[in-house]
Design a protein around this ligand. Structure first.
Ligand code: ATP
Ligand code: MG
Length: 199
């Protein structure tokens, strides 16, 4: 499951858990993006903070892991590179790429879109406020795409950042450890710069 995870929230975690259970997956690998090319219009938090929040959020689930492939690769993150790197690391695995309906709706704007379907199965999770248009679903090879209905959680990272910058709570929208991580490192605090992370 790729994402900016700025911050990771319970919408991501429920989607991952539902898809793990639906397909009986051995492992869900969360892959925080490096430099997300589609979000170049806003300041994205340093990759190490997003990586560590993802580790904190997933640590208690034995089937959840976090990969550094995208944050350790220079340049903008493209899903085609993510899948190629994971394929090298897991040569025998059958890969499923988990996305929300909003991200999947954009898939044909992604680099080397047609090649993506040769590398992984795609799983589109329902997300409140977003619908997939039939033309996009029809254009994806049908054996490579599954839409999965997940319990609706109208949570977004954008809303979590805005709440934090206004001093509103994000308790129960994100895992407790992530609430504490955000406070400790003064993320999304408006004028304050977040702590630098040593790498
Ligand atoms: P932002 O508001 O910064 O875009 P986001 O909440 O959309 O953040 P991303 O990191 O962009 O989170 O999303 C990573 C993946 O998780 C995407 O495929 C997205 O569609 C999916 N996703 C995010 N939130 C939900 C949710 N509440 N329900 C289902 N899928 C979600
Ligand atoms: Mg998003």
């Amino acid at each position: 499951m790729g994402g900016t995870f700025d911050p990771i929230h319970h919408g991501h975690l429920v989607a991952a858990s539902e898809v793990q259970s639906w397909f009986g997956l051995d492992e869900v690998v969360f892959v925080p993006t490096g430099d997300p090319w589609q979000k170049s219009g806003r300041d994205v938090s340093p990759a190490e903070h997003r990586y560590l929040m993802t580790v904190v959020a997933t640590a208690s689930n034995p089937r959840f892991t976090v990969s550094r492939v995208d944050i350790d690769r220079d340049g903008p993150t493209y899903t085609i590179d993510t899948l190629r790197d994971l394929r090298v690391q897991l040569p025998d695995a059958e890969l499923y790429f988990i996305t929300g309906a909003d991200a999947l709706a954009e898939i044909f704007t992604w680099r080397d879109a047609e090649e993506l379907f040769g590398l992984a199965n795609f799983v589109g999770c329902t997300r409140p406020g977003y619908t997939m248009d039939a033309a996009t679903i029809d254009a994806i090879p049908s054996q490579r795409i599954t839409m999965v209905e997940i319990p609706a959680l109208a949570i977004s990272s954008t809303d979590c950042r805005e709440r934090t910058s206004k001093g509103d709570p994000v308790w129960y929208l994100v895992p407790d450890g992530v609430v504490q991580y955000i406070a400790k490192h003064r993320l999304y605090a408006g004028s304050d710069e977040p702590d630098a992370v040593l790498t």
